[in-house]
Design a protein around this ligand. Sequence first.
Ligand SMILES: C=C(O[C@@H]1C=C(C(=O)O)C=C[C@H]1O)C(=O)O
Length: 259
Amino acid sequence: MDAGGGAGEQLSLAAVRDQLIREEDSIVFSLIERAKRPRNAPAYSSAGAGGSLAEFFVREAEVLHAKAGHYQKPEDIPFFPQDLPPPLFPTKGFPKVLHPSASRVCVNDAVWKMYFDELLPLFTADGDDGNYAETVALDFACLQALSRRIHCGKYVAEVKFKDSPQDYTPPIHAKDSNALMNLLTFKEVVEKVKKRVEKKARIFGQNVTLEEDTVNKQDGNARDSECKVDPKVLSKLYDLWVMPLTKDVEVEYLLLRLY
Ligand SMILES: C=C(O[C@@H]1C=C(C(=O)O)C=C[C@H]1O)C(=O)O
């Protein structure tokens, strides 16, 4: 089920959290796939006014996605929304469970900067193998998975508001972002998320062999050095960027919720 619920399904914090858990798989697997290629820095250097190959690929890919009917849901937001064409094919209406202002909440600029400036150097090897087109296609998959997960924060905020409007209304009227941030933070959930994404990186990223491999195992799991992406990188990604950006989306949505 999508975070926004199926037809007539009641939005709940448990259901939205389940969707966030499901998005973890997409993020872990997209990073594992990207890690097949080295950094390939030339893919990110701006070739004059035309921008970088990475920017070119994402712009063009998003035109195709828009024509196919993508970007109809509040969590599916393009990185270059300007001048995208309308869908060429019929699209299915999705239940409108969020406040109309949800469409104004977007942190994709921060997601883009985080991915290329902070995250990419953490999980890709130095080097240049010339596979630039494949590399930026893998980057696009990572960017989409990260953006979708972070913007699911709109559903989290809506559910939390609906569950206790009396708690959220005063700081919304006071435009008190810090108070809202404290209200919507659940430290026990944060710790579980960090542990789970680290475990998923260890399990999904291990080399599977038919021989019994005791050397590269640590209490039954692959050693971090054997994993395709260091599990500690996933924990750091969520701790430093994914969950804080999700909360930024929650706060931005709540500040617009009563207007
Ligand atoms: C998404 C939620 O809100 C906050 C953000 C979290 C996250 O991004 O995983 C987890 C807990 C909260 O601090 C939630 O309560 O589930």
